[in-house]
Design a protein around this ligand. Structure first.
Ligand code: FES
Ligand SMILES: [Fe+2]
Length: 335
C-alpha cells in the first residue's frame, strides 16, 4: 500500500456494540424535526445541477458493444461508446422512422439502426442532435437542457471521491414510485437509521445538523453491523451538493475517505402524475489497510456483495420515499 499511515500490526476494525433491544432505543423523533429536514431539502433543491442527470454505472455502458437505453425525465436517451471508448449520447428515437436505438447495434463505435441501417457516429445527423455526456470514471451523466430548465453547466457536480487507485467501487440501481426529492428527503433524515434499519446500524447519533452551522451537513456517529454484536464504528457526514445527490463521506473510523453517493434520477417527465425515480447509489470505498489491496483484486466478487448490502437498505428506504410521495401527492404529508 502507498498510504503514509501504513500499519505495522494488524488491528481489527470490529468493535463489540451491545445494541439495546429495539424498543428500548432512545426515540429520535423529537430531534428529527420536519422543519430541519425540509430546510435541508429546500437548500439542496435550490443548488444548480446544470441539467446533468446520472444515467448509471459507467462500466455498464458500452459493454459488449451494445447501446444502453434509458428514459430520463421523460426523454428517451441512448448511449454508447466510440471506438476509443468515449461516451456518446443522444435521443433514443432513430431520426428516420423512430426505431428504438437502444435495440440497435454498435459497429466499430458507430450506432447502426437495426430497422434500415442509418449510421450515427455521435455527431448531429438528419435532425438527430447529440446530448452532452460525461464519464466520471464511476458514473455516466447526460445533460438534458430542455428537461432540466436550468442554466447549463459544462460539467456535472461530481462529489469528491477517494483516488481510484486506492478505491473499490460498486454501483447499485433501484427504481421507485416517487419523485427525486422524496429520495433526497429520506437521505436527509439520518435519525431513522437505528430504528428503521436495526439490522444494519447500532447506536446511531446525529452529532451535527445544518442548524449547528458549518457547511450545511449532517454528521452522524454510527456503527455498521457486521455480524452479531460486532460492528464497525464510523463518523459519517451527509451533504447534498446538488438537487438530486446526497453524499455520505466517512470522515473517521474504518474506511475513512470512503463515500456513498445517492443519486436520484427522474425517469418520468417533471410533474408526472405517477412519477418514477431511479436511485443510483455509488459506493466508492477506500481503506489504508493492507487487506484492502487484496479486496481490490477481488473486486469482481466483492461488487455483488456490496450491491446486496445496498439493496437491503434501499428496499426499506424506497418504501420511505414512496410513502412520502404518496402522502405528498394526496395532501396528507405532515412535514
Ligand atoms: S428507423 Fe432507423 S433507419 Fe429507419
Ligand atoms: Fe435509510
Amino acid at each position: 500500500m502507498n498510504s503514509p499511515r501504513r500499519r505495522t500490526t494488524w488491528t481489527s476494525p470490529l468493535r463489540v456494540r451491545r445494541a439495546p433491544r429495539w424498543e428500548r432505543q432512545t426515540p429520535t423523533w423529537r430531534e428529527a424535526r420536519p422543519a430541519v429536514i425540509a430546510g435541508a431539502l429546500k437548500r439542496a433543491t435550490a443548488r444548480p445541477s446544470g441539467n446533468w442527470y446520472v444515467v448509471g454505472a459507467s462500466r455498464e455502458i458500452g459493454a459488449r458493444n451494445r447501446p444502453y437505453g434509458r428514459t430520463i425525465a421523460g426523454v428517451e436517451v441512448v448511449l454508447w461508446r466510440s471506438e476509443n471508448g468515449a461516451l456518446r449520447a443522444g435521443p433514443g428515437e432513430c431520426p428516420h422512422l423512430g426505431a428504438p436505438l437502444r435495440d440497435s447495434r454498435v459497429v466499430c463505435g458507430t450506432l447502426m439502426c437495426h430497422w434500415h441501417g442509418l449510421a450515427l457516429d455521435g455527431g448531429p445527423f438528419a435532425g438527430w442532435e447529440p446530448y452532452p455526456v460525461y464519464d466520471d470514471g464511476v458514473l455516466a451523466w447526460v445533460r438534458l437542457d430542455a428537461a432540466g430548465g436550468e442554466t447549463p453547466l459544462e460539467r456535472p457536480v461530481v462529489p469528491v471521491r477517494p483516488v481510484p487507485v486506492n478505491a473499490l467501487d460498486a454501483v447499485f440501481t433501484v427504481e421507485g414510485r416517487c419523485e427525486p426529492e422524496d429520495v433526497v428527503a429520506n437521505r436527509l433524515d439520518p435519525w431513522h437509521g437505528s430504528w428503521f434499519h436495526p439490522y444494519a446500524f447500532v447506536g446511531l447519533k446525529v452529532a451535527d445538523t445544518p442548524e449547528d452551522g458549518g457547511n450545511d451537513a449532517f454528521a452522524v456517529d454510527v456503527a455498521f453491523k457486521v455480524a452479531g454484536r460486532l460492528a464497525v464504528p464510523v463518523r459519517a457526514v451527509f451533504t447534498a451538493p446538488e438537487p438530486r445527490t446526497v453524499v455520505m463521506h466517512i470522515i473517521d473510523g474504518e474506511g475513512a475517505g470512503s463515500v456513498v453517493e445517492t443519486h436520484a434520477t427522474p425517469l418520468t417527465a417533471p410533474g408526472a402524475t405517477n412519477p418514477r425515480t431511479a436511485v443510483v447509489e455509488a459506493v466508492v470505498a477506500a481503506s489504508d489497510r493492507r487487506g484492502f489491496a487484496l479486496a481490490r483484486a477481488a473486486a469482481p466478487v466483492l461488487r455483488p456483495l456490496m450491491r446486496r448490502t445496498a439493496g437491503r437498505l434501499w428496499r426499506d428506504d424506497l418504501a420511505y420515499a414512496e410513502r412520502r410521495w404518496s402522502l405528498r401527492s394526496t395532501g396528507r404529508f405532515p412535514g
